[in-house]
Design a protein around this ligand. Structure first.
Ligand code: G3I
Length: 408
């Protein structure tokens, strides 16, 4: 028979004693004195011990591992002492070690970072990041082997002379790039964003670059990137990564990504997973109402992706606090509620295992530079604030993980 806490309190009250929980300073129960027995002297109050320092929160990845999930974050290169989201920043490194079981370089493996010219590679910064990650037993996602947009390729690529046999020169450039990166890091990189953001959000068509025009078109280019990556990194998860999302206005983007994934399947291209970047945008103060309006379409999209056999990876989670007041407490609560609602939907898919944040701290988020709030208030898109203190968003992630169905 279960005696509820309330019943036990009633029972105890009837016995002339009061009961209370709580750590430290708990009031001892004082029995009611009777006439025949001399009153018990009032005990000397016990000094209340000093409040214990707040306990270190249980790491997000520790919670995740118990559910068959894994949590990670992006990180950056930085000189010692630099105020950056880097491994060399002790405050940021502490968050990575506390909460992460996998990392991803924010910028340092991109063509623009490692390919100063068609004949050169420069791995100096990414090597340093990989060395730190390996020393801390952290695998690293490879982001990315091809960001298929002119804007995000090195300037020299768009002006490259592909010569008299352009498709052969384009193939050589791409194959050399993928092989050089994959062979350099081997199993230390268990998952690659082989191709990033190849679909035009407005109409779902594929971007073109000088490389893809020379090589014979975007499909041929993307397919070659994946086939080359499979050969060069046979044990790695190969991911197509994009920011199609659940907010209104993303229907064409989602449709274009589905067509691309269907094409990969039809052509036998080795793509293992869809990278769902998850750069979320809040839909107002009432997260539940906002989510109710967009959840159905999103589930249909995820159902279509997983029905094709693709796994899911949350690759770049952060939350743009739009349509919310500047006041921090209500804004943080709304962001946390929206995050929780999103993760509850995503964790319902057994195809999802890895959840990576696009930054642990508001201090270094790309969003502040990309789309500052119109009211001038600083963005608050990450689980920790600019002083590295945990926010309600972190608690929401923790709760979502704890409630997630266990995956094998
Ligand atoms: O490192 C150079 C520095 O030497 C130079 O002085 C400075 C001058 O502008 O630029 C620095 O490079 C910047 C780089 O971030 C490192 O800070 C680039 O200009 C800037 O464009 C780059 O922005 C990154 C952006 O991708 C473009 O690569 C953001 O930090 C990064 O958060 C963002 O991440 C992308 C993912 O890769 C793909 N998904 C979307 C996501 C958000 O846009």
């Amino acid at each position: 028979m279960h005696i509820s806490r309330r019943d036990s309190l009633v029972l105890l009250a009837g016995m002339g004693v009061s009961a209370c929980g709580g750590a430290g300073g708990a009031t001892q129960a004082t029995p009611t004195p009777t006439a025949s027995v001399p009153p018990t002297p009032t005990p000397t109050p016990v000094a209340t011990p000093p409040a214990a320092a707040p306990a270190e929160p249980v790491g997000l990845n520790t919670l995740a591992t118990a559910r068959g999930l894994r949590v990670g974050s992006c990180f950056a290169w930085g000189a010692p002492g630099a105020d950056r989201g880097s491994f060399a920043n002790p405050s940021y490194a502490a968050l990575l070690k506390r909460d992460c079981g996998i990392l991803v370089g924010e910028n340092e493996m991109k063509w623009q970072a490692i390919r100063p010219s068609a004949t050169q590679f420069d791995f100096t910064r990414f090597d340093a990041m990989m060395d730190w990650a390996t020393a801390n037993n952290l695998p690293v996602r490879g982001h990315n082997l091809l960001w298929h947009q002119p804007k995000w390729m090195p300037a020299w690529e768009e002006n490259h002379d592909f010569g008299s046999s352009p498709s052969r020169e384009a193939e050589r450039l791409l194959v050399e790039h993928v092989n050089t990166v994959c062979r350099r890091y081997g199993a230390r990189i268990p998952s690659y964003d082989v191709v990033n953001e190849a679909v035009t959000p407005a109409d779902g068509t594929l971007y073109q670059t000088a490389l893809s025009r020379a090589l014979g078109g975007p499909e041929a280019t993307l397919d070659l990137a994946f086939h080359t990556a499979r050969a060069a990194a046979p044990g790695a998860q190969l991911v197509y990564n994009d920011y199609m999302s659940w907010e209104p206005g993303n229907a064409n983007h989602r449709a274009g990504v589905l067509r691309l994934l269907e094409g990969f399947k039809r052509r036998g291209v080795p793509v293992d997973a869809l990278g769902v970047q998850s750069h979320l945008v809040t839909q107002g103060m009432d997260a539940r109402t906002g989510i109710a309006a967009i959840e159905g379409e999103w589930r249909r999209f995820l159902d279509a992706v997983t029905a094709m056999g693709y796994k899911l990876v949350i690759t770049e989670l952060d939350v743009r606090d739009n349509n919310l007041p500047a006041d921090i407490a209500p804004r943080d609560t709304a962001v946390a509620d929206f995050t929780r609602g999103y993760l509850d939907v995503m964790f319902a898919y057994p195809a999802l295992r890895d959840v990576l944040l696009w930054g642990m701290s508001d201090r270094y988020s790309w969003i502040e530079g990309f789309e500052p709030r119109k009211d001038g208030a600083k963005r608050r898109p990450c689980p920790y604030d600019a002083d590295f203190a945990p926010k309600p968003m972190r608690a929401a992630i923790s709760a979502a993980i704890t409630a997630a169905p266990v995956r094998s």
